[in-house]
Design a binder for this molecule. Structure first.
Ligand code: MSP
Length: 505
C-alpha cells in the first residue's frame, strides 16, 4: 500500500511563519512514521505562486510577480529543510510542467461539459483569492479573515458548474463518513453542501499572473483551481522520466481549517468533473493562536520559526507544537509555555531518563547492557504502547500518539524511582535484579526513542546510537523485541535545561 501525504502549498506573498511550519511538521511526522512501518511513502509540499495574493504583493514591492515568487519560494524551501521535513518533492505552481498539466485537466473538465461562460458579480477578497457572499462579510463590506474592505466586482469569467455536483458530493459524504475528519469538520463541509452549491469562477479576466485558459488566452485559470491541482500534477513530473500517479494517487491531504471549503467541496467536485479519483482523506487541523488570535501575517502577530529553532533547536519546536496544542483544535502557544515544557518534559523527563540510564549502565556494567530478563510488570505496562501509537497516528491524532509515548516516559521514570538501582548496586546479592532493571530501562528507552523518532528525529537518533541500537523500524518498536548485550556509549545532554534569565537588579 502506498501512502501519499500532502500539505497546502503556501502563498509566496510573504515570508513563512510558524503557522506554515506547523502543517509541514505534522505531515512529516506522519510520513516518517509510515516509512518506519515500511510503507511506500510520498510526501509533497510546495508553494502557491499565482493569482492576486502574489501579484498584489509584488506590485506593492515594485517587483515582477515572478521575482517575488522566486525570492520567497526559496525561503519556504529552506524552511522545510530546516524543519527536518523529509518531503519527496517541492512543487512550485510556476513550474512549467505543473502549468501544462493544469491546462490538460481544465481542458478535460471543459470537454466533459462542466464549464460555461458567465458573469461574476459580488465581493472578492484579493488576499484570500476568494469570492465572498454577503452573509460572510463583517461590518457589511469586510473580509472576515483579513478585515479589509472589499470592493464589489463584476467580471466575465468561465464558470465551473459546481452546482451539478451537489448530489455526487452528498453521496460521497454518505458513503465515506471518515473521508473528512475530525467529525466536526465533516459536518461543517456537509452542511455547506446541503445549503445548495453555487457555481464558481474557473478563470479570471483581470489579472495576468497565472496559467492561461487553454481555449481562451485572454483569461487565466483561477488561482485556487490551479493550486488545488498541484496535488495531482506533482506526481506526473516529480521524478524525471517517471509518472508516479498510478503508484500514489489518491492523496491524503492535511490542511488548516481556513481552507476547508476549497478542499472538501470544490476539490472533489473538480476531480469528479475531470474523471479523476477523489482524495483518500482530508484531515483539518486548527489554528495556532497568539494571545487568542490566529497567528497570521495580516494580523501582525507571527512568530519566525527560524528564530525559535536557532534558540532551542528543531526537535524541540517539533515536539512543543504537538504537545501544547491538541492537533485538530485551536490552541495558544507562547514563549513561556515553550520554556516550561522544555524544562519539565524534555530536560527533566526524557533527557534525564536517558542520561541516568546510560550513566548507570556505564558505571555498574562497563557500558554493556546486561542480557537479562525484563521486568514483568513494566513489560505488561509497556506492551501495547507501539500499537496505541500506531492506531492514533492512523487516525491523524498526532498529539494523542505523543501523549501515549509520554505516558511511557513517565512510567519508566517511576520505574527508576521505585527500583533505586543505585541501592541495588551496593548490594552484591542484588546483581541479578540490577541486571534486569538496567536491561529493562535500556529496552524501554529504545522503544520510546523509536516511537518518538518521527517527532524528534535528531535527538532520538543520537540516543539510539548511544544505546547501540540503530534500527528505527516499527517492527522493532515493541517492548522486548530486542534483548540486552549492546555496547552503549556516552551521550551529551540531549536537552540542556534552559536557565531563566537572571532577575534584573
Ligand atoms: N495557498 C493557499 C493554499 C492552497 S492549497 C491547494 C493558502 N496558503 S497560505 O500560505 O495561506 O497557507 C495556509 C495554510 O498554512 C493553512 O491551511 C495551514 O495549513 C497553515 N497555517 C497558516 N497559518 C496558520 C496558523 N496560524 N495556525 C495553523 N496553521 C496555519 O491558503
Amino acid at each position: 500500500m502506498s501512502f501519499y501525504i500532502t500539505t497546502p502549498i503556501y502563498y509566496v506573498n510573504a515570508e513563512p511563519h510558524l503557522g506554515h511550519a506547523y502543517t509541514t511538521i505534522a505531515a512529516d511526522i506522519l510520513a516518517r512514521h509510515m516509512r518506519q512501518r515500511g510503507e511506500d511513502v510520498f510526501f509533497l509540499t510546495g508553494t502557491d505562486e499565482h493569482g492576486e495574493p502574489v501579484a498584489q504583493a509584488a506590485e506593492r514591492e515594485g517587483v515582477a510577480p515572478r521575482e517575488l515568487a522566486d525570492r520567497n519560494s526559496v525561503k519556504f524551501r529552506d524552511l522545510v529543510k530546516r524543519l527536518g521535513a523529509t518531503n519527496d518533492f517541492f512543487i512550485r505552481t510556476s513550474d512549467p510542467e505543473h502549468e501544462r498539466a493544469v491546462q490538460e485537466v481544465v481542458q478535460k473538465i471543459h470537454d466533459n461539459g462542466h464549464v460555461y461562460a458567465g458573469t461574476y458579480e459580488g465581493y472578492y477578497c484579493p488576499r484570500c483569492a476568494d469570492f465572498k457572499t454577503e452573509a460572510e462579510l463583517v461590518d457589511g463590506t469586510k473580509c472576515p479573515i483579513h478585515l479589509i474592505v472589499l470592493e464589489r466586482e463584476k467580471e466575465d469569467n468561465w464558470f465551473f458548474k459546481l452546482s451539478a455536483f451537489q448530489e455526487p458530493l452528498e453521496r460521497l459524504y454518505a458513503e465515506r463518513p471518515e473521508w473528512v475528519t475530525p467529525q466536526s469538520r465533516y459536518n461543517e463541509a456537509l452542511s455547506f453542501i446541503k445549503q445548495g452549491l453555487n457555481d464558481v469562477s474557473l478563470s479570471r479576466a483581470r489579472i495576468s499572473w497565472g496559467v492561461p485558459v487553454p481555449w481562451d488566452e485572454s483569461q487565466v485559470i483561477y488561482v485556487w483551481i490551479d493550486a488545488l491541482l498541484n496535488y495531482y500534477t506533482a506526481l506526473s513530473y516529480a521524478r524525471e522520466g517517471e509518472d508516479l500517479t498510478e503508484r500514489y494517487w489518491p492523496a491524503r491531504h492535511l490542511i488548516g481549517k481556513d481552507i476547508l471549503k476549497f478542499h472538501a467541496v470544490i476539490w472533489p467536485a473538480m476531480l469528479m468533473a475531470a474523471g479523476i479519483e477523489v482524495p483518500r482523506s482530508i484531515f483539518i487541523h486548527g489554528y495556532l493562536l497568539m494571545d487568542e488570535h490566529k497567528m497570521s501575517k495580516s494580523l501582525g502577530n507571527v512568530i519566525d520559526p527560524l528564530e525559535v529553532m536557532d534558540r532551542f533547536g528543531t526537535d524541540t519546536l517539533r515536539y512543543y507544537l504537538f504537545r501544547e496544542v491538541n492537533f485538530g483544535q485551536d490552541g495558544s502557544i507562547s514563549a513561556a509555555g515553550f520554556e516550561t515544557r522544555y524544562n519539565a518534559e524534555l530536560a527533566n523527563e526524557y533527557g534525564n531518563l536517558a542520561s541516568r540510564t546510560l550513566a548507570m549502565i556505564a558505571r555498574y556494567r562497563d557500558g554493556l547492557v546486561p542480557d537479562a530478563s525484563l521486568d514483568e510488570q513494566l513489560a505488561g505496562d509497556l506492551a501495547e504502547v507501539h500499537e496505541r501509537v500506531r492506531e492514533k497516528l492512523d487516525a491523524v491524532d498526532i498529539s494523542g500518539a505523543l501523549e501515549e509515548i509520554w505516558t511511557a516516559v513517565r512510567r519508566l521514570n517511576r520505574f527508576v524511582q521505585d527500583e533505586e538501582p543505585w541501592k541495588l548496586a551496593k548490594d552484591e546479592g542484588a546483581a541479578e535484579r540490577l541486571d534486569a532493571v538496567l536491561c529493562s530501562l535500556a529496552e524501554g528507552l529504545r522503544v520510546l526513542s523509536v516511537l518518538v523518532h518521527p517527532y524528534m528525529p535528531d535527538s532520538a537518533e543520537r540516543l539510539l546510537a548511544a544505546l547501540g541500537q540503530e534500527d528505527l523500524s516499527y517492527d522493532g518498536a515493541s517492548f522486548g523485541a530486542r534483548g540486552g548485550g549492546a555496547q552503549t556509549s556516552k551521550l551529551e545532554p540531549l536537552f540542556p535545561r534552559i536557565e531563566p534569565p537572571a532577575a534584573a537588579a
